[in-house]
Design a protein around this ligand. Sequence first.
Ligand code: PLP
Length: 820
Amino acid sequence: MVNNQYTISGVKEIIGAQGDLVHDDIISTLLTDSRRITLAGGVLFFALSGRRNGHEFIAEAYAAGVRNFVVKQAPEIKLTDANFLVVIDVLSALQALAKYHRERFNIEVIAITGSNGKTIVKEWLYQLLAADKNIVRSPKSYNSQIGVPLSVWQMNDSNDLGIFEAGISQPGEMDRLEAIIKPTIGVLTHLGTAHDEGFGDAAQKIYEKLKLFKNCKLLIYNYDQLMDYKDAIGSQQSFTWSRNFKQADLHVFSETVIKNSYCLRANYKGKGIECLIPFLDQASVENAITCWATLLASGYSAAEIGNRLEHLHPVSMRLELKTGINDCSVIDDTYNSDIHSLEIALNFLNQQNQHKKKTLILSDIFQSGLPDDVLYSQVADLIRSKKVDKLIGVGEALQSHQEYFDIPEKFFFADTAELLNNLLTAGFKSETILIKGSRSFEFERVSRALVQKTHETVMEINLNAMLNNLHYYRSKLKPGVKLMAMVKAFSYGSGTFELANMLQYNKVDFLAVAYTDEGISLRQAGISMPIVVLNAEQSAFDKLAEYKLEPVLFSFGLFDEFIKYAQQNELTNYPVHLKIDTGMHRLGFETAEIDGLCELLADNKYVKIISMFSHLAASEAPEHDEFTQLQINRFKTAAAQIESRLGYQTIKHLSNTSGISRWPSAQFDMVRLGIGLYGIDAAVPASDGALQPITSLKTSISQVKTIAAGDTVGYGRKGVMQKDGKIATVRIGYADGYLRAFGNGVGNMLVNGIVVPTIGNVSMDMCMLDVSGVDVKEGDEVIVFNHQHRIEQLAAQIGTIPYEILTNISQRVKRVYFYE
Ligand SMILES: *Cc1c(COP(=O)(O)O)cnc(C)c1O
């Protein structure tokens, strides 16, 4: 049996469900997200209640053809041809099924946990062992209470090794993961000192993590890290590594950099052994040592391991979304290919609305453990269900299975060179192209040919971080409170449709832009959800209506003009929003004007008031809390007065980001999330780790110069070298948004992990850094800001606010989006 198949009656018994079955069925796929339905046949849908109540999505899944559900409560509407397995706890049922499945296989299973490096170590162990094992492993970083059962569910009879990662955020979780994974070998990666919200202290978290290994026969770990936790290590055999403790099984005693490799020497069983790894950063070195120890503990010879470690390649779980040639968007996923990551990438392709046409460039898939005919028929099913319009297949296996692919447009090439020779004739135009290839196909060459040239200053936008932030604020909302995402000013400088696609896919309720043309761009990129225009101009009403954008009416003048426009154009019940000024004194009807407004609203058939709102002037500032409370009260009064006149309820909203964080009492029916979405909120300390900055701005060094003491640097000779030293010229200037105020040592950047100050004035396209005593060379990457070197610090350096830093980054700086 290659695929996992269970009868639904069997599943019912395994998970101990109630409910009558209307038909028996074969189940092979477990699904928890109704947006991800590929093929409805064989799907068992788990209606998990989480951020969004899974039960709301039963209808969506049913409409897509799913007929088997695990639920807490059967839906009220009778769906008579579907099976509903009713359980007390849906998540436990999912876990119970995975646990049952795991128990059918008597193979070695490696489980990995730690604070950092789990996914890298898992992927590297896979790279190191795939030559002689048929491995099933967690896709991406599926390591949660949901991710682990879905990972384990993939085990099949052809596998002879499993590698799964486990991550926890609360006490009690690890026992459940242990029971599902049932590891025989444990691997502990780096333990950080930070502790999550869910744990009392760091020690509690470590004890909890170690529960994963309680039934392992072998545990691999860094001796130094568990020195204080010996009592938590069970009686299993352990294999330790250490840089300090000579008695460790693997004692690493020398570390040197040789060209671009890192050379490690160690004592192992009384002998000196060594290896070269192709990475220099400390995190990679530590992860590589962990892998080294794991392979030694598994009985591989030091020479063989050395050989394999030298060929480790970076783990990129990233999908990068870039601007392509000929008005295309390119999704770059050129580093690995297997059917699960293909599915994830296709889902991301499907979230893109900016072009109608969707193209996939795919290479042969290796090491799937499946016979080619089974593999490629699965791939073909997947591609068809994801509605790919054009397939370009590269490799002999795809070429010889081309008849499997029933797709409007398809081309096949024997290898990458042949594809590149024919690339221009493939006629790419206004399409979204997913490039997905196994490493050996070197698809980065294809990507280079299809992506618009960028200069080396780029702003990277981490879409996962944005989702993390969205989920964080959602978790702060009371049930039923809606969310409007503020995407004005190019989403605070971070992009347009790229972010809006994610927000739409994740079911945010409204988007808001400042001006009409911003809304039009989003519509032209295929965004179909409600878009509110905060500052609609009378001259743009035509466009506003044509693109179904919803204006905010904030004054009598604007109100009259809009009603006049609606009358002339025979619009009725046009969705609009009302803004009330409760003290910000920017836009909005003043409290004294509410009576007059009510007169205008009575029986007005031209507009429908969708929402009413006001804006807090100082929600972040405790010293103004009394004023904020006053604004809240004024808003309540005005809203009640208007609603009683309207005779219907509207959505009422007041809070921006700091309002959400600091004023839970002011959520009303909706909140407007702005800067927090981008990872910045003064009320949530960076050290919390709850929010993640989503943008990094990177540039590079064009030249390094040695400068003598007393010499000057840059325009106006403002930068004076105090001592003999070195400067680096970097490719960013005030035209890119690195303001002139950062010059002359006011600002600093991060080069190879070291903070260095600017020297001299910032020029239009460049500026200079004092890199005296720092090991740098031309071409080195320079970080202007990222999650470590934070925007808040930059803002403080020049006396402004993060909002201004973000929105100043000019459009000349290319944006690259990534999603993991
Ligand atoms: C920009 C804006 C917000 C978002 O503010 P943040 O502080 O970025 O969360 C909310 N409401 C209105 C009316 C805005 O203009």
